[in-house]
Design a protein around this ligand. Structure first.
Ligand SMILES: NC(=O)C1=CN([C@@H]2O[C@H](COP(=O)(O)OP(=O)(O)OC[C@H]3O[C@@H](n4cnc5c(N)ncnc54)[C@H](O)[C@@H]3O)[C@@H](O)[C@H]2O)C=CC1
Ligand SMILES: O=C(CO)COP(=O)(O)O
Length: 329
């Protein structure tokens, strides 16, 4: 056990929670990771691996796993890394406390339309909340490759508490107080990554993908500003940065879902074959709902919703987008 550095807790043993645990343990500190599946807990504690969600990485022995959320009570900081749709229920089971929660999941809650920060505030009242988001493929972070993120905090006091525990030579957080902006970038880019995957699956080329990224960013910005986000955050790491990453690589589960749709598969079939989460599939319908309520036009998001619901074939969906009336940029 490390003598000087307080133990950090990670809630969620998927690819991202496991990669964050590995990154956190890289400075010799103890990390306690809560995982949903007992088999994942066992594999981490006995084999130092999580082949179910992050294969190919030998985990630092300073990472211990538990299936008991109560065991995290003494951790100095808690990173919340469940899928967005499970977060509220998991946090409700966390013992009461005043330790900071750093929300690392990317999505909007389907049932309520809440951002993660609003769901977390209701589920774990009294805990200070921060958001960590940015262009961060889990396998690269686990391998110690250089990564920069937005760490959105309530204020400088919270940043001074959290940033030193999270920053590492190859993991660099940037400060903002725009928690809403950090959340919206991460949630919306997942839906747009599905659209870019469709373009890839249909073989429509690089011009089309660049157009989708730019027009998608315009949708993200319109929606974000309507929700009170700051433009600087949306054009930063957690917005444009993550949008570019996930719209450019089949390493993205959202992009690869879209690619399969472009190749003619049905969303339900693709998702049924997976144990990993493609958050955009859950966020798309609720994002569409909230955008309509706020009067924000999001034609690419509307198209992704229609595709996910099986209402339209990929080629027709693209044709309909291209046939929209000409307008100012
Ligand atoms: N994988 C990545 O590169 C990154 C993921 N994220 C975000 O992190 C969040 C978690 O994603 P991943 O770690 O990639 O997950 P994953 O796709 O690797 O694994 C699925 C996770 O869902 C959990 N799960 C399944 N059923 C559950 C239930 N009923 N209750 C609680 N947990 C349950 C599993 O235990 C597992 O941790 C998502 O919001 C994702 O957008 C953010 C940045 C990078
Ligand atoms: O959020 C991510 C990278 O920043 C991971 O993207 P996917 O969930 O699409 O794999």
């Amino acid at each position: 056990m490390s003598e000087n550095k307080p133990t950090v807790g990670v809630i969620g043993g998927g690819a991202w929670g496991t990669a964050l645990a590995q990154m956190l343990a890289s400075d010799g500190r103890d990390v306690l990771l809560w995982a949903f599946e007992p088999a994942v807990v066992k594999a981490i504690n006995t084999q130092h691996s999580n082949s179910a969600y992050l294969s190919g990485t030998t985990l630092d022995p300073a990472i211990r796993a538990t299936g008991d959320l109560g065991a995290l009570a003494d951790c100095a900081l808690l990173l919340v890394v469940t899928p967005a749709q499970h977060m509220r229920r998991v946090l409700k089971q966390l013992p009461h406390g005043t330790t900071d929660l750093v929300l690392c999941c990317k999505g909007i809650e389907e049932a309520t339309g809440d951002l993660m920060v609003d769901a977390a505030r209701a589920a774990a009242p009294g805990r200070p909340l921060a958001v960590l988001s940015g262009p961060t493929f889990a396998h690269e972070v686990a391998a110690g490759q250089p990564t920069a993120v937005t760490l959105a905090c309530e204020d400088h006091v919270q940043w001074d508490r959290i940033a030193p525990q999270i920053a590492r030579p190859a993991f660099r957080p940037y400060f903002t107080t725009d928690i809403t902006g950090a959340e919206i970038g991460g949630a919306v880019k997942n839906v747009l990554a599905i659209a870019c995957g469709v373009v890839e699956g249909l073989g429509l080329g690089q011009n089309a993908r660049a157009a989708l990224i730019a027009r998608g960013f315009a949708e993200m910005t319109r929606f974000g500003l309507a929700c009170g986000a700051q433009a600087e955050t949306l054009s930063g790491l957690s917005g444009l940065g993550d949008l570019v990453l996930t719209c450019s690589s089949v390493s993205s589960r959202n992009f690869s879902l879209g690619k399969a749709l472009g190749e003619g598969r049905k969303a339900a079939d693709v998702l049924a074959d997976r144990t990993t989460v493609a958050e955009g599939a859950f966020t798309a319908p609720v994002l569409q709902r909230v955008a309509r309520t706020r009067g924000v036009a999001m034609p690419i998001v509307d198209t992704v919703c229609a595709l996910l619901a099986g209402e339209v074939a990929a080629a027709e969906a693209v044709a309909a987008l291209l046939a929209r009336p000409l307008t100012a940029e």
